[in-house]
Design a protein around this ligand. Sequence first.
Ligand code: NAD
Ligand code: KPL
Length: 302
Amino acid sequence: MWHILGAGSLGGLWATRLARSGVPVQLLLRDAERLTAYRRAGGLTLVEQRRAQRYPLPAQTIDDGEPIQRLLLACKAYDAEAAAARIAPRLAQGAEVILLQNGLGSQDAVAKRLPEVRCILASSTEGAFREADFRVVFAGHGHTWLGDPLDLSPPGWLEELQRSGITHDWSLDILGRLWRKLALNCAINPLTVLYDCRNGGLSDHPAEIATLCAELCELLQTCGQPTAAENLHDDVLRIIQATAANYSSMHQDVAQGRRTEIAYLLGYACAAARRHQRVLPHLDSLHQRLLAHLDRRGLPSH
Ligand code: NAD
Ligand code: KPL
C-alpha cells in the first residue's frame, strides 16, 4: 500500500498511475474539510493528451490512525517538515518515505524529524499542474531519479513504478542529481522572474548566464559535488533552447501570486556558499534582487 501525502500535481500524477496499474494507494488529505471536498469531487481526475479520466481513489485525513509502511511525501519543500512531523506517529517500524521535493534543505529537515525511517530522495523532471482542485494535468513526460545516500541498495518496489509507467532510475548519487537540478534551476528560474520572460528570453542575457554558471560550478566544487558541475553552462544553454517557449516553474508561481521554493533553491545555494566562506557576488546579488522582487509582490522570502 502506497500512502500519498499531497493530492496536488505530482502526488496526483503518481497516485493515479499507480492505482490504474493495480497498486493499492491511499491519499492523505490535510483535514476533514479537504476530505469532504475530495469526496464531493468524486475522486482525482488526471488529464492526459486532453483526455480526462476520474479515479475514485480511497482517501483519509493525515491524522487517521492506520499505520503507514510506505509514504510518498508529495508536498512543496516548504511544507515537507511540518507534514513529516504530523505524520510521524503513524509511521510503522521500518517504514520508507519517498521525498519528491525539488531543491535541497527540506530532505535533511524531514530526515531529522523521522530518524527511525528510511528516507528515499527523488529528483523529477516530470511536469504536471493543477487545473482545478483534485484535477491534475500531465503536462510533460520526464524522468525520476531515486536514491538513498545512506543505503545504496534499491528497494523492491521499483518494479511497481515500472509497471505504472513512472519512468525512473535508481541513482547511486542522488545528492549529485539534486545539486545539479538545483544549479540548473538557480541559473534559469530567478532570471526569468526578474526579466519577466519565457526561458527562451534568457538568450538575450548570455554574459549574465555565463557568470552565474561559473559561480554555481565553484559552489558545486566547494560542496564536494564536482560531477554536478560538469558542463553546467552547456546544459543550461541547451535547456534554455529546448524549453524556450515555456515559463519556468518559479515564473509561474510568481505570476499566479503563489509562494515560491526560493529558500530551497537560490537561498540554499547562497547559504551553502556562506557556510564555506565563499564569496559568490553575482549569485548573492541575484538572491537579493529576487527577494526584493518577491517582497514587492507580497510573497514570502522563505
Ligand atoms: P502542489 O502544490 O501541486 O501539491 C502539493 C500538495 O500538497 C497540495 O495539494 C497541498 O495541499 C498538499 N499538502 C501540503 N501540506 C500538506 C499536509 N500537511 N497534509 C496534506 N496535504 C498537504 O505541488 P507539486 O507541484 O506537486 O510539487 C511538489 C514538489 O514536487 C515540489 O517540491 C515541486 O518543486 C516538485 N516538482 C514538481 C513538478 C511539477 O511539475 N509539478 C515537477 C518536478 C518537481
Ligand atoms: O526545471 C525547470 C523549472 O522550470 O523549474 C527548468 C526551466 C527546466 C529549469 O530551470
